[in-house]
Design a protein around this ligand. Structure first.
Ligand code: ADP
Ligand code: MG
Length: 557
């Protein structure tokens, strides 16, 4: 009876899918209070806990000769190493002499010269320790500049091994060289983690080429119309052109105008895939060119939508007349080709390039290159870069992690108003990044796993060590009843515990209990307080007011 009427659904997998990702409402501080008004209340002191910030170092107060712009503003007795902005003594005041919220932070010597250089979005111009890989890509892709079709390439390597950065570097070089020699060679980069269905990949490609074609047509039309107005006055303007007569030229103009009208952009959803494919096909084949399609995070595409896209793309060359395409797939997952149709697999993997993890020494070089341009001179103590490199080398040689560490260490130093980034900032950064990871993993766990984890936490908080599955299950059951959640079987709960183990949230070992069989014993591998706070921020678990009785019940059992 619950069957709904069959309403046609807009192809679920194709339209915007980012709904439902409830963004954690972490930052609800408001300086203005409920009414959001700061006006008419100029001298209002938000917090009068005034061991007030000492004045005198406001950068704006230039009229005060002895006001030194010293870093150490109002440090008397306060813990300046707190990584957060200190809200004590924040005064909303338009009087220049008072320290505002930002003055404190502004007045210090900045540690960074250019922080952007350390962000993942920055594409470095130099990629130490990737020469071999970059040269191999270039050797294969150079055919494109000769008007031939390059072999397809598959690139493998763990995250942070420089695949995306190298591929982007090579594609920039390829495009700039093709412009220099005026050969029609284009590179299209698609991140399949974002563009993750066949429809979207094809639509994005189709629309890119339609836009380019429109531009080509518009430029030609400009030229031809100019030629036409010259030829109307004097037909000899057409000598040495491809046109024999004014009528000829008019035909060509008419053709181009019709082409431009016909090219219809693909909507983000709604067309049958066939139509999207043929639109892309025609757009790319509109004129002669070699196109390299880079599919980054290609494993995500295959995982989500299968290998149809790759199948279709890889057999296009046999049907294209004017153009040729070549595919460069980039994967973090070394085994993803196992899921491919054998034909796709052999076509895509004509050439394979592996990006091995970086070792600590290589990471040092990479960091040093970036540090030279991102930090002020002498802003780092000598041990900072080696320590960042060592931490990241443990993390499977991930350059992204290394750069994150360095940037975060710099930010922590900056916030604590230190003048120099030191080893302790790197250690704090390592803890912070690790905690951020845990918070993110825990926050996105399914509810059932959260309940299981909460049970473990309750036991741990009550001083239980070597917690076994049975104990977790008992408390889990009571928690479920309390919040009206389905109670899974103990077997399923054991599976969920294994998953938490794999995520590094709990640490479980199987122990033999002799003739009583085997059980799992576990402990928490993440900080109790923070993890509990994340769990309780879930609206369902947050309903559990007082969990103590559930744990108490354990001892009654
Ligand atoms: P992947 O795509 O393999 O996950 P990225 O290419 O995104 O890795 O690299 C991660 C980060 O590390 C990026 O910020 C990138 O600029 C940087 N990086 C990686 N390898 C190098 C290198 N050899 N030299 C300089 N920076 C690098
Ligand atoms: Mg990448």
């Amino acid at each position: 009876m619950d069957e709904r009427e069959h309403t046609p659904r807009a192809d679920k997998s194709e339209d915007g899918d980012s709904t439902g990702e409830a963004v954690a409402d972490t930052d609800t501080h408001s300086m203005t209070g409920g009414d959001g008004s700061m006006t008419g209340d100029d001298n209002s002191v938000i917090e009068t806990d005034a061991e007030n910030v000492d004045t005198g170092s406001t950068p704006a107060s230039a009229d005060e000769p002895d006001s030194n712009a010293d870093v150490d503003v109002g440090s008397g007795g306060r813990d300046r190493s707190s990584p957060d902005v200190d809200f004590d003594g924040v005064v909303l005041d338009d009087d220049d002499d008072n320290q505002g919220l930002f003055d404190d932070l502004l007045s210090g010597e900045p540690i960074f010269e250019n922080k952007e250089v350390l962000r993942p979005s920055y594409t470095p111009h130099e990629l130490p320790h990737r020469n071999d890989q970059i040269n191999r890509m270039a050797t294969i892709l150079v055919s494109a500049l000769r008007g031939e079709t390059p072999s397809n390439i598959l690139i493998y390597g763990k995250t942070g091994t420089g695949k995306t950065a190298s591929a982007k570097f090579v594609s920039q070089e390829l495009e700039s060289t093709s412009q220099k020699y005026d050969v029609p060679c284009e590179v299209e980069y698609i991140n399949c983690e974002v563009t993750d269905t066949q429809y979207r990949v094809l639509a994005q490609l189709a629309n890119t080429f339609i836009e380019k074609n429109q531009q080509v047509i518009a430029d030609l039309l400009d030229d031809y119309r100019e030629l036409r107005s010259a030829a109307v006055d004097d037909e000899s303007a057409l000598t040495d052109t491809e046109f024999d007569s004014l009528a000829d030229l008019d035909d060509r103009i008419g053709e181009l105008e019709a082409d431009a009208d016909e090219m219809e952009e693909v909507p983000m959803t709604g067309w049958p895939t066939d139509r999207v494919y043929s639109t892309f096909f025609e757009a790319v084949d509109y004129h002669e060119r070699v196109v390299v399609i880079m599919l980054d995070e290609i494993d995500k595409l295959v995982e989500k939508s299968g290998d149809d896209t790759l199948y279709n793309l890889s057999r296009m060359n046999s049907e294209l007349e004017k153009s040729r395409i070549s595919i460069m797939g980039i994967s973090n997952d070394l085994k993803f080709t196992d899921f491919l149709d054998p034909r796709v697999k052999s076509s895509l993997g004509e050439e394979e390039i592996v990006f091995p993890p970086y070792d600590a020494n290589q990471l040092r070089d990479i960091l040093q290159h970036r540090a030279d341009i991102s930090f002020k001179q002498d802003a780092l103590t000598d041990d900072v870069i080696p320590l960042c490199a060592a931490f990241a080398a443990q993390e499977h040689g991930d350059a992204r992690r290394a750069l994150d560490l360095l940037r975060t260490a710099g930010e922590l130093a900056e916030r604590s108003q230190a003048e120099i980034v030191a080893e302790k900032h790197v250690r704090q950064a390592q803890d912070k990044i690790e905690l951020d990871r845990v918070v993110e993993v825990v926050r996105t766990l399914p509810t059932q796993s959260k309940i299981v984890l909460f049970a473990v936490i309750l036991l741990e908080k009550n001083g239980v060590h070597n917690i076994n599955t049975g104990e977790v299950f008992n408390i889990y059951k009571r928690l479920c009843e309390e919040i009206d959640a389905d109670v899974l079987t103990q077997r399923r709960v054991t599976d969920l515990i294994s998953e938490l183990d794999m995520l590094g949230i709990v640490n479980a070992v199987v122990v033999s209990k002799g003739r009583y069989g085997r059980t799992k014993e576990m402990g928490l591998s993440v900080p109790v307080e923070e993890t509990e706070a994340v769990l309780l921020s879930d609206s369902r678990l947050g309903d559990i007011e007082n969990a103590q009785p559930f744990v108490q019940a354990r001892f009654d059992n």
